[in-house]
Design a protein around this ligand. Structure first.
Ligand code: EPU
Length: 289
């Protein structure tokens, strides 16, 4: 490991790297700053058959209380850079989506404003096809650059990627760069939309709490939050995890909750919704074992 020139920490608490503030220790937590480092690290991982996981902003993840037996890899350094030239935006995967939305708006470029209140990195948002009601990352991405788990670099245009609701077929690839072609629009109008999106979120979601966004995907033509709320489950808690009283599809780590509490609450809610509506909720948050 020391032959690879990356910053790494052993026994790093994953609770420090997730918005839920949950997760035991990763055997090794590596910050990769360049493509060269990434390729060398993947070579090392493959040669030694090490389990690994790539983390973005940690805003949609649940790690177990036992932690992660292997390497957790986070892109930083050159992956946090972006360039804007006319309508073209080239962005490293580790750039924050909210930050890029503001920067493109300041250049009078429209496209990211409706997605501006989604927490996390641009790479993570593309991988999970994050979105709001009428707009998802797949609507605005032009192409991406990836390095596959064997260390090969490829460019994938939007048509080569299969995006679905909160899902892509990019498993086996690490997204390194994202390319957007955005439309010109009035800067003040775009900034106004960003500000409205933020207000909408503040009014309807538990902003500022320890959560991982919506816990469940919405079932077809309904909202998981509405279904859970209809069962009067707001404020219901298991251990330190409580169902938000603002939006019932958000589970909040209120009091030193752990992954076990979260998993118990997920199972409980799934059972209750199934008993009442015969609907099987699917988790949107990624559970890492
Ligand atoms: N509702 C309730 N009670 C609740 C929550 C919602 O009655 O506790 C009702 C609302 O009043 C509304 C309906 O359910 O009539 C839909 O609620 P909302 O507008 O909040 O949207 P959602 O379907 O719950 C989706 C996305 C969110 C995204 C919002 C806004 C999913 C799983 N969720 O939520 O995305 O921010 O639309 O566009 O697709 C996320 O993916 O992590 C996420 C938060």
């Amino acid at each position: 490991m020391s032959s690879i020139k990356c910053n790494y920490k052993c026994n790093e608490p994953l609770s420090k790297h997730t918005t839920l503030c949950i997760g035991g220790n990763a055997d090794c937590f590596v910050e990769v700053e360049t493509e060269e480092q990434l390729v060398s690290l993947l070579k090392f991982i493959n040669e030694n058959s090490i389990k690994f996981f790539v983390i973005g902003g940690g805003s949609n993840l649940l790690f177990s209380d036992e932690g992660f037996k292997g390497i957790v890899l986070k892109l930083s350094g050159e992956f946090c850079k972006y360039e804007i030239s006319r309508n073209n935006v080239i962005c490293g995967a580790a750039v924050s989506l909210a930050y890029l939305a503001i920067k493109t708006a300041e250049h009078g470029l429209s496209g990211l404003e409706y997605l501006s209140a989604i927490p996390g990195t641009v790479g993570g948002a593309v991988f999970g096809n994050a979105g709001v009601k009428n707009c998802s990352m797949s609507d605005i991405v032009d192409k991406i650059e990836v390095i596959d788990y064997s260390g090969n670099k490829r460019v994938l245009t939007k048509n080569n990627i299969n995006f679905e609701y909160r899902k892509s077929d990019l498993q086996g690839n690490i997204i390194t760069k994202i390319f957007f072609i955005l439309k010109n629009a009035d800067k003040n109008d775009i900034l106004k939309t960003i500000s409205q999106e933020r207000k909408r979120r503040i009014n309807s979601q538990p902003i500022g709490t320890k959560n991982a966004g919506c816990v469940f995907k919405n079932p077809e033509s309904d909202s998981a939050g509405r279904l859970i709320d209809s069962l009067n489950l707001k404020n219901y808690s298991v251990g330190g995890i409580k169902i938000s009283d603002v939006h019932a599809n958000f589970f909040v780590n209120e009091d030193n909750g752990c992954a076990q509490d979260m998993l118990k609450l997920i199972d409980f809610v799934k059972d209750e919704v199934y008993k009442k509506y015969s609907i099987k909720l699917e988790t949107e948050i990624k559970i890492i074992k």
